[in-house]
Design a protein around this ligand. Structure first.
Ligand code: PLP
Length: 627
């Protein structure tokens, strides 16, 4: 726990049990419901599902939906706020059908709705969000078909709000609505001057991609008035960026947004809704700070700032309290899913040691480094030893290229160099002051644990924007982790790695893990992958979607759970089809090529059948390694 900080980033859903395994408490208010992750892994294995696997805890998803809605309700009551809360879940954060279905179901008692930002998402939410009392908010850029679909929703009696992102969309919407004779509900997205803090801060500010300037908002309102449609303008929307790290940005956005709402009201445009967008952050590194992968506030503090911020401005301006909408996606989904994978190997720069004993006639470069290895002790200056050893190694490489040293001599020098470095590392661990160059030794001497997964498929943001995601061994946490390592994936891409971790409050490039055992698989979990990571991945190297298991807890046995559904990941055939291959034809071609070898006597007929079957089985198999 001290190393991995599970309870700090776990949001109350994950703990380290006394047996050293990660435990899941999917309903934080009821800690008696406690699932041992090791039993989940065993059940997955018994079901014959191949790793890596995405494990979804649907109870967590439900808990997050209930928390957000309950906190809003309670805060509204406590603040004596006269409006309601009617949140929407932005499906882009995780569009998986099972996820959206679960959210819609858990949100039904709160009339929790959905948000869509593209035509495909709109088609989805039209079919999924059938509760007439919940809202559907439509953001993103729109064409005529998009407008028609939204108006179809209105025809079906649904509360669908088309949020105008740019002025030309307004003209298109009004034209289409008039042609179809259907009254739209219209929102405007304001381009905010306040910027969020963190990786997504470009969503706000004057250069933001989306939204209308204040002059455009006024022009929109006036145009609608001229068309006899002022009453259709019902919603003001703003979104200053995802993962807001600093609560001050939320406060500033509320002040600006509430002022726009209040003034529009005073100009005669009585909007019903203010939509504060997304941004509610997640504490990925457990530091509860303004670090890029954290945030310095809780869900309750965020909600309080939204509710009280709006109330104060409305009371000052003497306008009614609007219904509040938020579009939190990350906070709803991040915790519920986790990638579980097995470590399938260890890569170490100094793992192969050759016999370094003196041999007759060896080059003096070899003798020099041996002498250094044998004579230096703790009285010698550490930096000097490091410099000499590094110089010998560099010289040896040059000499090898100039054909002065042979391969065996080079190997000896390399082995002795790493022995010196290892001893230096043990030595300086006891020192208070460590020169900068030597500090890097921790990283160069660390192992790389080879993980059976693809960063590009399962953790795209760690590669694209250095997003930190917690990585934790799922078992053996009652043993001291003695191997410092970073993680590398199985793609042929050197960017396919994870070398950013959090230990306590520090961000490090290596993580202590446990030594691998020959007869016991070592499973690690990549946590908080439910938001964006689950759906943004690509098929680099043709590694496809992961197998998924959906876990539910049993009401009557707090320690038990069941796999409600297994969703098969991509087979090789699936990914090849996407790339325009014809796997059936490929199998036939291979059969023909193999059969041809029978006539040459290179393969006998029985072997030919076996090879053909093998090729076909691999085509229909999983894209990841079979450890
Ligand atoms: N709404 C809009 C308009 C967005 O662009 C986003 C994401 O950036 C969201 C909602 C979801 O934000 P978050 O995941 O931070 O809650």
């Amino acid at each position: 726990e001290r190393v991995y900080g599970v309870s700090q980033w776990g949001g109350g859903y994950f703990q380290v049990g006394e047996n050293g395994n990660v435990h899941i408490t999917p309903v934080p208010e009821d800690p008696s419901i406690r699932i041992d992750f090791k039993s989940v892994i065993e059940e997955i294995r018994e079901e014959g599902v191949q790793f890596p696997v995405v494990v979804r805890f649907h109870d967590i998803l439900r808990s997050q939906v209930a928390s957000l809605n309950t906190i809003f309700r309670n805060t509204i009551e406590e603040a004596e706020y006269n409006g309601r809360y009617q949140g929407v879940y932005p499906v882009k954060v995780n569009q998986m059908r099972e996820v959206v279905e679960e959210i819609v179901d858990a949100g039904a008692p709160f009339n929790y709705g959905l948000e869509a930002g593209s035509k495909a998402e709109l088609l989805t939410v039209l079919a999924m969000n059938v509760n007439e009392d919940s809202l559907t908010v439509l953001n993103g850029y729109k064409d005529a078909e998009f407008m028609q679909l939204a108006l179809l929703g209105r025809k079906l009696g649904r509360k669908i709000v088309v949020v105008v992102e740019k002025y030309s969309e307004l003209l298109l919407l009004v034209k289409t609505a008039k042609e179809l004779d259907i009254e739209p509900i219209i929102g405007v997205r304001a381009k905010m001057t306040v910027k969020g803090r963190g990786k997504w801060e470009s969503s706000g500010g004057e250069r933001a991609k989306f939204g209308l300037t204040i002059s455009e908002i006024i022009k929109t309102a006036r145009y609608l008035e001229s068309q006899g449609m002022a009453h259709c303008l019902k919603l003001l929307h703003f979104h200053i960026g995802s993962q807001l790290t600093d609560i001050r940005a939320v406060k500033e956005a509320m002040t600006e947004g509430a002022r726009i709402y209040a003034d529009l009201h005073k100009m005669g445009f009585a909007l019903d809704y203010v939509d504060v967008g997304g941004g509610l952050g997640i504490d990925y590194d457990g530091s509860n700070s303004t670090n890029e992968s954290s945030r310095n506030y809780s869900m309750q503090e965020y909600v309080s700032d939204v509710v009280y911020g709006m109330k104060e401005m409305c009371d000052l301006e003497e306008v009614p309290h609007p219904t509040l909408i938020s579009e939190s996606g990350r906070a709803i989904t991040a915790h519920h899913s986790c990638v579980v994978t097995e470590i399938v190997g260890e890569i170490k720069s100094n793992s192969a040691q050759v016999d370094t004993r003196a041999a007759d006639g060896e080059h003096f470069f070899v003798k020099n480094i041996r002498e250094l290895l044998e004579t230096y002790d703790q009285q010698t200056n550490m930096q000097e030893v490091y410099n000499d050893a590094s110089q010998y190694k560099e010289q040896a490489l040059d000499a090898f290229k100039l054909r002065v040293l042979n391969l065996e001599e080079l190997a000896k020098i390399e082995s002795m160099y790493w022995q010196i470095m290892e001893r230096l590392q043990v030595w300086y661990a006891k020192e208070e002051y460590v020169p900068e160059e030597l500090q890097e030794l921790d990283y160069s001497l660390s192992s790389q644990y080879l993980c059976n997964f693809s960063v590009f498929q399962s953790a795209a943001d760690t590669w694209a924007i250095d997003q930190l995601l917690p990585v934790v061994p799922l078992t053996r946490m009652n043993e001291p982790p003695s191997v410092n390592c970073s993680l590398v994936d199985i793609t042929c891409d050197s960017d396919g790695k994870i070398d950013q971790f959090t230990i306590g409050r520090e961000i490090t490039d290596v993580l202590p893990m446990h030594p691998l055992k020959k007869d016991e698989p070592y499973y690690v979990g990549l946590f908080l992958t439910g938001a964006y990571q689950d759906v943004m991945g690509d098929m680099h190297n043709l590694f496809g979607r992961l197998n998924e298991v959906h876990i539910f807890s049993y009401d009557d046995d707090p320690e038990d759970f069941y796999i409600e559904e297994v969703v098969k990941g991509s087979s090789v055939e699936d990914v090849l089809n996407i790339m325009q291959y014809n796997p059936r034809a490929m199998a036939q071609d291979m059969k023909r090529l193999i059969d041809k070898q029978i006539s040459t006597g290179n393969i006998n007929p029985r072997e030919a059948v076996r090879w053909t079957d093998f090729y076909e089985n691999c085509l229909s198999g999983y894209t990841y390694l079979k450890p």
